[in-house]
Design a binder for this molecule. Structure first.
Ligand code: HEM
Length: 426
């Protein structure tokens, strides 16, 4: 799948990110206007979640979830997925504790299990339909290509061999190449599993990071305004991937968000063989014995504490717990040694099983921030100490006293009148 996530593919998808960001902007603007005040309290989390689901539908499978527009009949996959998500964090925690402690309980279907089964089965049935449609499209495109070669048309008149630019189409096309060795071909079930992985891995992580970024910016008005100034300096309302990637302060804000508000706080791995891990700094155990390495027998469970690494004072310095994008102008030597796939962090992990969607996610977050920060000013709607970091795989925000509502990130959102607002630093 890696080639489908290269810079060229993400460049093509940027238009989808920007268009969907504009849809969020328009929805929020109309809510403010409808409120009759100059600012409205908006649950940014739920709309960002819908936006990223719509994006993964279009960019991943050329599939319209229409979850932002909402006016349409909600399709079955979106409904199943929403039902699954509505299970509250505490509900999920209790479910997993019971599941873990009482193996017999695993036989009795709980509401979480039923919702999971339903979502999985919906995803499978839609995945099967999508795959069939993609295969048809790819075969037609291949036929058109063959016909084109036979009549030897002018080189410049190459027919459109790809029916659309969705990532799954690229995967299906690569998988159907006649020269692909059988051993490397994915089965239909493998491809359908990829659809599920995309859905789960590819949208809530990104919306979550963006919501936490708006939360951080709401508490740091001077950072918010500095970012807004940079974004307005770009003379375009529809930025390309290259334009977004070339904005230095936007990049620093995104890095600092993904350091401080790591969506996936830790990852577990199992040692596949006996190993010895050397320690940079020796540790002394409770018996006073000094260890310069850790012996790890095959089968040992290993926790990669991503969030703890991202917030470690030993790595990032005494101000590690502060949201300070400027730190990225010159990061500490210790941070430079972190073997993450991106950004001197383990946020997207590292090594052969790192996140393959990191470029996709970064450009999507940047498109969202570009459109939203230019259009609005964000302030806290509740005191910061009421915003809790719940974790059920992903660090979702909840509000103390409103836990039953599930994840939310309410913010006061005000229309920004460009040219009228003075920078707080000015
Ligand atoms: C801020 C956003 C994101 C974060 C923090 C993130 C983080 C991660 C992490 C930590 C893993 C490793 C999980 C494990 O091995 O157990 C992972 C895997 C993965 N991610 Fe992401 N991800 C993000 C966005 C995305 C997006 C947007 C996509 C797709 C469009 C995506 C697709 C995947 C896939 C397919 C895998 C599995 C890779 C494999 O097993 O080889 N991710 N991600």
């Amino acid at each position: 799948m890696n080639p489908a996530f290269g810079p060229a593919q993400i460049r093509d998808l940027t238009e989808i990110f920007v268009n969907k960001s504009c849809e969020v902007r328009d929805i929020w603007a109309s809510r403010i206007i409808y409120s009759g005040k100059d600012a409205a309290r908006i649950d940014t989390y739920s709309d960002l979640l819908k936006m990223t689901l719509d994006v993964i539908g279009l960019a991943g499978f050329n599939y319209e979830f229409k979850s932002l527009s909402g006016g349409e009949q909600p399709d079955s996959l979106h409904k199943a997925y929403s039902d699954l998500r509505r299970q509250t964090i505490s509900g999920l925690k209790i479910y997993f504790i019971i599941w873990y402690l009482f193996p017999l309980s695993r036989k009795a279907p709980s509401s979480v299990q039923r919702a999971t089964d339903k979502a999985v089965s919906e995803m499978r049935s839609i995945g099967t339909r999508l795959l069939a449609a993609m295969k048809r499209d790819v075969m037609e495109a291949q036929k058109a290509q063959t016909a084109h070669t036979q009549v030897q048309l002018d080189d410049n008149a190459t027919p459109d061999t790809l029916p659309n630019r969705a990532l799954l189409t690229l995967l299906v096309q690569a998988n159907m190449r006649p020269d692909l060795p059988e051993s490397q071909r994915l089965s239909d079930n493998d491809v359908i599993d990829q659809i599920r992985t995309f859905l789960v891995a590819g949208h809530e992580t990104t919306s979550n990071a963006t919501a936490w970024c708006l939360h951080a910016l709401s508490q740091a008005p001077e950072v918010q305004q500095k970012l807004r100034d940079e974004l307005w300096a770009l003379p375009s309302d529809n930025p390309t991937m290259d334009e977004l990637q070339a904005l230095p302060y936007l990049d620093m804000v995104v890095r600092e968000t993904l350091r401080m508000y790591t969506p996936v706080p830790s990852i577990q791995r199992i040692a596949m063989k006996d190993d010895v891990i050397p320690l940079e700094t020796p540790v002394t155990d409770i018996h006073g014995k000094i260890h310069r390495e850790i012996r790890m027998p095959k089968g040992t469970a290993v926790d990669v504490p991503i969030l703890a690494l991202n917030r470690s004072k030993a790595i990032w310095g005494e101000d590690a717990l502060e949201f300070r994008p400027d730190r990225w102008e010159n990061i500490p030597e210790a941070a430079k040694r972190i073997p993450g796939v991106w950004g001197n962090m383990m946020t997207f992990l590292g090594g052969p099983r790192a996140c393959i969607g990191y470029r996709f996610s970064l450009v999507e977050i940047k498109a969202l921030l570009f459109i939203l920060i230019r259009a609005f000013e964000f302030e806290m709607a509740v005191p910061a100490d009421r915003v809790l970091k719940g974790s059920a795989g992903i660090v979702r925000p909840t509000i103390r006293g409103e836990e039953e509502k599930g994840p939310q990130m309410p913010l006061m959102v005000r229309l920004h009148k460009h040219g009228e607002c003075q920078s707080p630093q000015a």
